[in-house]
Design a protein around this ligand. Structure first.
Ligand code: HSE
Length: 427
């Protein structure tokens, strides 16, 4: 039987899950995949943690050089996270001809061109299913499941931390701050939650997924990004009344006008398949020209779900003689022929606080009219203690830049009021 040796760099949550799956399923893979996969070594500074997981003392390496020079190691799994050391270790493994499996979305988003070049030079594999949406096999779906299609759109809830926070705000009426604290207590959000709540994590994943879906490099810098830290309980309550739930959506679209990529909190109509994806679950909704709509749903993080993606990559690499690389020209920057749409179209929700005086609503309506923004729905709430009134409105589909310009104009109009929130709406 074919024997494959694996080294795991980092035995944190995901590395530990990967070790557990590989050791517990070794005989199962021999029987079902016809391959004997053995963990040959691990690189983990915390020896106690490695020993507690059951790693034999002699398999704990002291440095990366020991691993990349070991002829029994065929596949190196990088699950240490961060960019600098991970990049150095992954390049060392690829340059030594080892196949690499990584869960590192930031590394892959920023350096996939460099890593892929090194892999191709050595005819080594480079696999990254675990970098996006944890246990949900979205990368394999894009590379090996829907490649018959021209994909026009991809919409996903691809960050579990923010989905947990927004679900809690929606179902329990708690504030953003309370919900974030609870997410931190449960280990979903980190002590510094910026990467998740400000949409960086989702944007790294969207860069990888949209490059694969649209067959052209979509760099991180081309993605419009807005996080959820400014969301209030009033916004959530307005949405409920209007028939929407709020989700941090990653949206990628491809049309004759170009590629549109954005991550932002979005009101999704109740009844849309993504509206019922709650708690820390993730989902991706794809539309292909032949297959139509497809939705993948599951756990986007955690030891075993992410370990599942890593071990599936290991098995893929171990059972295929040819490696599969990107289906686009993988360069540092976007191809000069790729057009990106910045003035995208959407419907919008706006919450304003205005003076409660005759003629003020007309002034506001005039600004929208001048920007060719058509209002679909408008509600005036009860007056606040200071006498001002909140106004909630939803527009018909319009242009992003028209909305930004109208908002700037309204906020510059002395004494009229202020636009507190602008959110995009998916009907
Ligand atoms: N922090 C991510 C999330 C998981 O909350 O979905 C890893 O990408």
């Amino acid at each position: 039987m074919k024997k494959v040796g694996v080294a795991i760099l980092g035995l944190g949550v995901v590395g530990g899950g990967t070790y557990q799956i590989l050791t517990e399923h070794r005989e199962f893979y021999q029987r079902t995949q016809g391959v004997d996969i053995e963990v040959e070594s691990v690189l983990e500074l915390n020896r106690e943690r490695a020993l507690a997981l059951g790693v034999p003392e002699e398999k704990i390496a002291s440095n990366i050089a020991e691993i990349v020079s070991d002829p029994d190691v065929n596949i190196v799994v990088e699950v240490i996270g961060g960019v600098d050391a991970a990049r150095e270790f992954v390049l060392a493994a690829l340059n030594a001809g080892k196949t690499v499996v990584t869960s590192n979305k930031e590394l892959f988003c920023k350096y996939s061109h460099e890593l892929e070049r090194a892999a191709k030079r050595q005819n080594a594999g480079l696999y990254f299913e675990a970098s996006c949406v944890g246990g949900v096999p979205i990368i394999r779906t894009l590379l090996d499941g829907v490649q018959a299609n021209n994909i026009s759109s991809m919409m996903g809830i691809i960050n579990g931390t923010t989905n947990y926070i927004l679900t809690k705000m929606t179902q329990e009426g708690s504030s953003y701050e309370e919900s974030l604290k609870e997410a931190q207590r449960l280990g979903y959000a980190e002590a510094d939650p910026t990467a998740d709540v400000e949409g960086y994590d989702a944007a790294y994943k969207l860069s990888i997924l949209s490059s694969l879906a649209f067959h052209t490099k979509v760099p991180f810098g081309k993605i419009f990004r807005e996080g959820i830290s400014g969301i209030t309980q009033e916004n959530i309550a307005d949405g409920k009344e209007l028939g929407y739930v709020l989700k941090l959506l990653a949206i990628g679209k491809q049309s004759e006008s170009g590629i549109e990529v954005r991550v932002h909190p979005t009101f999704v109509r109740v009844g849309h398949p993504l509206a019922s994806v709650n708690d820390s679950f993730n989902a991706v909704f794809l539309t292909g020209d032949a297959v139509g709509d497809i939705m993948l749903y599951g756990r986007g993080a955690g030891a075993l779900p992410t370990g599942s993606a890593i071990v599936s990559d290991i098995i893929y690499a171990a059972t295929h003689s040819e490696n599969k690389y990107s289906t686009f020209k993988n360069t540092a920057n976007a191809d000069k022929d790729t057009k990106f749409v910045t003035d995208f179209k959407s419907a919008y929700y706006l919450r304003l606080t205005v003076e409660d005086k005759a003629g003020f609503l007309a002034k506001i309506a005039t600004v929208f009219g001048k920007h060719n923004i058509s209002i679909a729905h408008l509600v005036q709430r009860s007056a606040q203690e200071d006498g001002k009134v909140p106004i909630v409105l939803v527009t018909h589909e319009t242009h992003e830049l028209a909305v930004r310009s109208a908002v700037a104009k309204l906020n510059a109009m002395e004494g009229v009021g202020h636009v507190d929130t602008v959110l995009r709406v998916v009907m």
